[in-house]
Design a protein around this ligand. Sequence first.
Ligand code: ATP
Length: 229
Amino acid sequence: ASAEPLIATRGLSAGYGTQPVVRDLDIEVRPGEVVALLGPNGAGKTTTLRVLAGDLAPMSGEVRWLGGAGRAPLHRRARQGLAYVGERAVFTRLDVAENLRVGRVETARALELFPELEKRLRTGAGMLSGGEQQMLSLARALCRSPRLLLADELSLGLAPLVVERLLRAVREAADRGLGALLVEQHVRKVLDIADRVYVLRRGRIEMTGTPRELRENLDAVESSYLARP
Ligand code: ATP
């Protein structure tokens, strides 16, 4: 990835009230790359995504989105091609086809991405399995051709095959130019598709590198960075 970063932070600190939760972060995501953000519970991963999305203001340092350092709120960044996927973002009282329509996503395009949803088009989204709900919310995000995807635990609570399916969809979108930053608990699976990794611990970046570099230390990484704060 040699293009300019879609998003980049310099010395970024952010948190709630007066106390920073994340400090001095230098993070960037370029077009075409999948970047994993790993770390134990409470390390500040969600806080990092929120400040990148424009949902939470920096306390110090900066976030450059599309080269500009101004403070753009989430809805403006969304119009400019930033997609945020958090908890399954589906309307449970609408069926799958209606969810796509409300999201201004062409059904055909969503089914190209996740053919699994075809037989569920008339099913209420509240009746879907967790994996199907997450396919739907990812379809809603990816089919609008975002430049950057920020995803917070896409695979939370899902079966391994579904996790692989979702991550593969992200990888394929990145191969067509999307930049993606994924917060994931499924460390090994996300390392299979990521280009680069940041490990966050107690609000700071403690390690960064390629999946290969991380895998060499994976046992240490898993036990000390992921199991416990
Ligand atoms: P998890 O995997 O548990 O979600 P995380 O790495 O995403 O962890 P954050 O959710 O960013 O971590 O939380 C980091 C710290 O910030 C935690 O101590 C948490 O209690 C605190 N925190 C998170 N959200 C808020 C909030 N809205 N107001 C105050 N403190 C918060």
